[in-house]
Design a protein around this ligand. Structure first.
Ligand code: FAD
Length: 299
């Protein structure tokens, strides 16, 4: 999790490690569950922009809450993460990345929207975060790290003449925050790959947004987004692109924009949110490492 360049900043701040409880949870679509989290450790919580990711920590079976090392008083992230990684695997909470969908400072809560991938019939295939969210009840405990400069990727949705967006169902919460931050009148086209129309959500925005829905499970129709984008004439002018979803799809879209459409690679913000048949615990593949190098090269 730690990024070396952020360490000096993190060292001067207490670590944003929070122990939270479920306040409410409810379905906002058939396959997306909104979990509202609260607790005194949200004091001082600030959102500095759209697309703010956090790391969530889920308890292992038999644990009332996630066992997390106490934050180091010096705020040393590397040392804290080392202590977390050194916990025996059977006790170490599962760590997964999620997006803060909303923050209500008056209520002292944050919302996280969980896309429930899988159909609930094979709990091993759906992963611990989805399993947890499917049955989250008021009072359930979860850990949160962030938001943090250690893994923030600043987004500027008004940076181009128009904005191109792609999200699959699990990236829709992040896309909703990006769309909400569009400058008034900013032209934007959003390709949304969701299983079916019931997974679409209202996307309030001051921008001039066109939604291009693409239906079908992202794991079954990985090339649909690329085909759609390739076939579409794009608006004129210099786009800013924001792409998030299944890693190989996002890479293919980015390649298309940069190599076939001549979009400046520095104007393409992209993030692989999940990988086919791999969990977030699995090591990076050679494609993941190449993606990280591409991101560094783009600045
Ligand atoms: C920066 C960032 C922000 C994110 N924000 C959100 C968010 O706000 N809401 C949200 O729902 N997700 C979000 N994700 C995606 C989420 O972290 C992954 O889907 C994660 O793998 C879910 O963990 P899990 O324990 O359920 O599954 P894992 O244990 O990681 O994986 C188990 C199996 O499920 C498959 N799988 C994992 N995710 C998906 C998926 N989305 N669709 C189909 N199959 C899948 C894997 O390939 C694997 O076979 C975000 C990811 C990143 C990197």
């Amino acid at each position: 999790m730690p990024r070396a360049e952020a360490e000096s900043e993190a060292e001067t701040e207490p670590l944003p490690l929070r122990h939270l409880r479920v306040v409410t949870s409810r379905h906002i679509t058939p396959r997306t569950r909104r979990v509202t989290l609260g607790g005194p450790s949200l004091d001082g919580f600030v959102l500095t922009g759209p697309d703010q990711q956090v790391k969530l920590f889920f308890p292992r079976p038999g644990q009332a809450g996630p066992l997390l090392p106490a934050p180091d008083p010096s705020g040393d992230l590397t040392r804290w993460y080392g202590a977390y990684a050194a916990l025996p695997e059977t006790e170490r909470p599962w760590m997964r990345s999620y997006t803060v969908r909303a923050h209500d400072p008056a209520a002292g809560t944050v919302d996280i929207d969980f896309f429930l991938h899988g159909d609930g019939s094979d709990s091993a295939a759906e992963g611990p975060a989805t399993r947890w969210a499917r049955s989250a009840r008021p009072g359930d405990a979860v850990g949160m790290f962030g938001p943090s400069a250690a893994f923030a990727m600043p987004v500027d949705p008004g940076a181009g003449d128009w904005t191109l967006l792609y999200a699959d169902a699990c990236a829709l919460p992040a896309l909703a925050t990006v769309v909400a931050a569009l400058p008034p009148g900013q032209r934007a086209v959003a390709y949304l790959q969701v299983p079916d129309p019931a997974e679409l959500q209202p996307l309030p925005t001051a921008g001039d947004l066109t939604v291009r829905p693409l239906y079908g499970d992202a794991s079954a129709v990985g090339t649909r987004a690329l085909d759609a984008l390739r076939a579409d004439p794009l608006p004129g002018g210099r786009p800013y692109a924001w792409l998030a979803g299944e890693a190989s799809t996002v890479r293919a879209l980015r390649r298309h924009l940069v190599e076939e459409r001549g979009v400046d690679r520095r104007s393409v913000h992209f993030a692989g949110y999940w990988r086919h048949r791999l969990t977030q615990d699995d090591a990076p593949t050679s494609e993941d490492l190449a993606e990280a190098r591409g991101r560094l090269a783009a600045g």
